[in-house]
Design a binder for this molecule. Structure first.
Ligand code: 5U1
Length: 685
């Protein structure tokens, strides 16, 4: 378990260790209970160190008395020796597939068919869930103990992945009930969360191993490992959504009740579900999830609707291999396969060269994609993308389409490797790539390179910078190509006649641009700093600079050390800012922009309370009102440091309720111990 102390301590005693069987049983139950609190409820109930101690005790007991080792023991999650191969499992009740719908019309037709099948005049009640992009799995519990896990396979025969499934922490090895069914087949999806996927790919990269194209492939690849020890490192998750065989228990009468029951048994069920009425309810659920899809911690490819009443489900029955009572409403595919016709390079506003795959046009998520980014030269090599390859292209939300992976078996014999050009394709200046950087750059700069100029100008006018509506890519391109605009200050010299003469412009649109330019003159210092396009200065750094210095003149006069004192600004960023502001051309530009009338409200520089500078704090226990991270950031803002452990260098130990070993150590070392009230006093300016 990762470090966490966000719980209230509990006493852990249990039966006398001399009664090995009773002790082992108690340890198993305790560990399973805490693992559920941690992995399913996200609410740790015991310190990590205590969990580890209980775990180690159970391991010792099982080593001494192997007959006490049971399949539901948490020690069995770790994964044993590699399997020679997966054995086959026959599903007692076939694992069906689900029909797909894509349009509103498909959904309305589904609802109509259901109503006709049930001869119903009223609205149907549907259980709505997510369609996870993972791997379907059957978990068999006999008398409450997980005894077998199998993949869906062809629906009739799957693979036995029990050893691997035991390593999935959120799957209970034992159901949380004193009265389990004699047998239950729980069905659901094994998946990998987006953050775990990103971490896995980072580890793969660092180890020089192949990255996974998406979380689904990563989940499938991790589950179908012959060595369960590898699965154990992959952090898979599980959500239940169905049932197969059930013995000696009543089937719940509604699908939604089945999922509620699973919850009580400790089986993970996703919270993103609802019971709705009629086709309108289904479409509302789809729209709501669609809006929030990008923010979900896992990938989904649609939502699933099921008639909620199990009696009605039975009446509707099945067509071939899919039930009539269910439908997957799919989002338009975010990935598609196409051919790389060429690999070009695009020059950004900082001169960075981005390799871009020119693609045979393909529809991805309803949009035709002809270009996809390859990020940088190293990425092209890592993914081994060559001209002529078939590639998987991904376009998710507003993100620029990217090449995810090559389909290696479809590589033509004459596929060509990409070569980074030696000279800028736009201005012919030499390309440079410092050894420690992943990015190659055009050395021409803003003056020589029209691509950098256009990029910089577009950044200047963009919504989050000066927010000049109407100055889009095509117009900026024309203005630069005709030599009408070289620096942002030139925008403010444009006249009506000049603008109206440009392609696709007329007097009205020209006037709109002039109005937008006029409006942009009243701005904020943060926007202005961001608009300058200083390398490494994004919106948040620009805001910190504006807050810290208050006025542009204070920033212009600041030394590199003074810039370094700004929140979240490190040496590389400070050097870049200082370098930019020291350049006479940039100074001139700033003065021209001010002379053009750009203005903002100037503020007092931030007077920061640095009363805790030089002091080191350690936090322990539960504070009455502040959360641990709140207290830590308040100390840091006041110039203090927060350390994880007590030493002679600790200035103060801030102790709350249930303070443990840190309190004893502080007492031993004579460190000053204070409570939350005393901390708040110290924080007063
Ligand atoms: N949430 C969910 N996903 N999913 C996939 N429910 C669900 N049900 C399925 C499938 C294939 O099939 C049953 C309707 C048989």
């Amino acid at each position: 378990m990762p470090q966490s102390e966000l719980f209230r301590g509990t006493a852990h005693q249990g039966p006398d260790p001399s009664d090995a069987r009773a002790r082992a049983e108690w340890l198993r139950d305790e560990l399973n209970r805490h693992a559920h609190a941690y992995y399913v409820l996200d609410n740790p109930s015991i310190p990590d160190a205590e969990y580890d101690a209980l775990f180690a005790e159970l391991q010792r007991l099982e080593a001494a008395y192997p007959e006490l080792r049971s399949p539901d023991s948490p020690t069995q999650r770790v994964g044993g020796a590699p399997l020679p191969e997966f054995s086959q499992v026959q599903h007692d009740v076939p694992m069906l597939s689900i029909n797909n719908g894509f349009s509103d019309e498909d959904i309305e037709n589904f609802d109509r068919r259901v109503r006709e099948g049930l001869s119903s005049k009223g609205q149907i009640s549907y259980a709505c869930e997510l369609k996870f992009d993972g791997l379907a799995i059957n978990l068999r519990y006999v008398h409450g103990v997980l005894v077998q896990a199998a993949t869906r396979g062809d629906g009739t025969t799957g693979e036995d992945v029990t050893a691997n499934i035991r390593t999935v922490r959120s799957i209970p090895l034992k159901l949380q009930t004193n009265n389990p069914p004699a047998l239950i087949d729980v069905r659901g999806e094994v998946l990998m969360f987006k953050t775990d996927f990103a971490r896995l790919n980072q580890r793969q990269r660092e180890a020089g191993q192949k990255e996974f194209a998406n979380p689904r492939n990563a989940a499938a690849g991790s589950l179908r490992q012959l060595d369960a020890r590898i699965t154990a490192q992959r952090h898979l998750r599980f959500f239940a959504y169905g049932i197969g065989r059930l013995e000696s228990a009543e089937f719940p009468l509604r699908h939604s009740a089945l999922l509620d029951w699973y919850r009580t048994l400790g089986i993970p069920v996703c919270d993103e579900r609802a019971v709705v009425n009629g086709a309108g309810g289904l479409l509302n659920f789809f729209a709501d999830i669609g809006r929030r899809r990008a923010q979900l911690p896992y990938e989904i490819d649609g939502v699933v609707y099921k008639v909620d009443s199990v009696t009605q489900q039975q009446t509707l029955g099945f067509v071939s291999r899919a039930p009539r009572f269910a439908l997957a409403h799919k989002f338009p595919a975010e990935e598609a396969t196409t051919t790389v016709l060429d690999i070009g390079v695009q020059v950004g506003r900082t001169g960075a060269l981005t390799p871009v795959a020119r693609l045979s046009p393909v529809s991805v998520g309803g949009v035709t994609v002809t270009n996809a980014t390859l990020h940088n030269e190293d990425e092209v090599r890592r993914k081994d993308v060559r001209i002529g390859d078939q590639v998987i292209v991904r376009r998710a939300g507003d993100v620029i389409p990217e090449v995810v992976a090559v389909v290696p078996e479809r590589r033509p014999q004459d596929a060509r490797e990409f070569v980074m050009p030696a000279n800028c394709p736009v201005c012919a200046s030499p390309i440079v790539r410092p050894e420690e950087e992943a990015v190659a750059r055009c050395s021409g700069g803003w003056i020589k390179c029209p691509a950098q100029r256009k990029g910089g100008l577009l950044h200047f006018v963009s919504r989050r910078a000066m927010d000049i509506e109407g100055l889009g890519e095509q117009l900026v391109e024309q203005l630069v190509d005709r030599g009408l605009v070289t620096t942002p200050a030139d925008f403010y010299k444009l006249g009506l006649v000049m603008l109206a003469e440009l392609d696709r412009m007329a007097e009205k649109s020209a006037q709109n641009v002039l109005n937008a330019l006029e409006k942009s003159k009243s701005t904020t210092l943060a926007r202005f700093i961001y608009a300058l396009g200083i390398r490494h200065v994004g919106e948040s750094t620009a805001k910190s600079l504006a807050r810290h210095f208050g006025t542009l003149d204070a920033l212009l006069e600041a030394s590199e050390e003074q810039i370094l004192a700004v929140d979240d600004i490190g040496p590389v960023v400070a050097q870049s800012i200082r370098g930019f502001l020291a350049d006479p051309l940039n100074r001139e530009l700033i003065e021209q922009l001010r002379a053009a009338g750009i203005h903002w409200e100037e503020n007092e520089p931030e007077r920061r309370n640095q009363t805790l500078a030089g002091k080191t704090f350690v936090l322990t226990g539960t504070l009455p009102t502040l959360k641990r991270d709140e207290a830590a950031s308040m100390i840091e803002v006041a110039g203090g440091k927060v350390a994880g452990s007590v030493s002679k260098k600790t200035s103060y130990l801030v102790a709350g309720d249930d303070a443990g070993s840190k309190l004893a150590k502080a007492q031993e070392l004579g460190v000053t111990i204070i409570d939350e009230t005393e901390l708040l006093k110290l924080l007063e300016p």
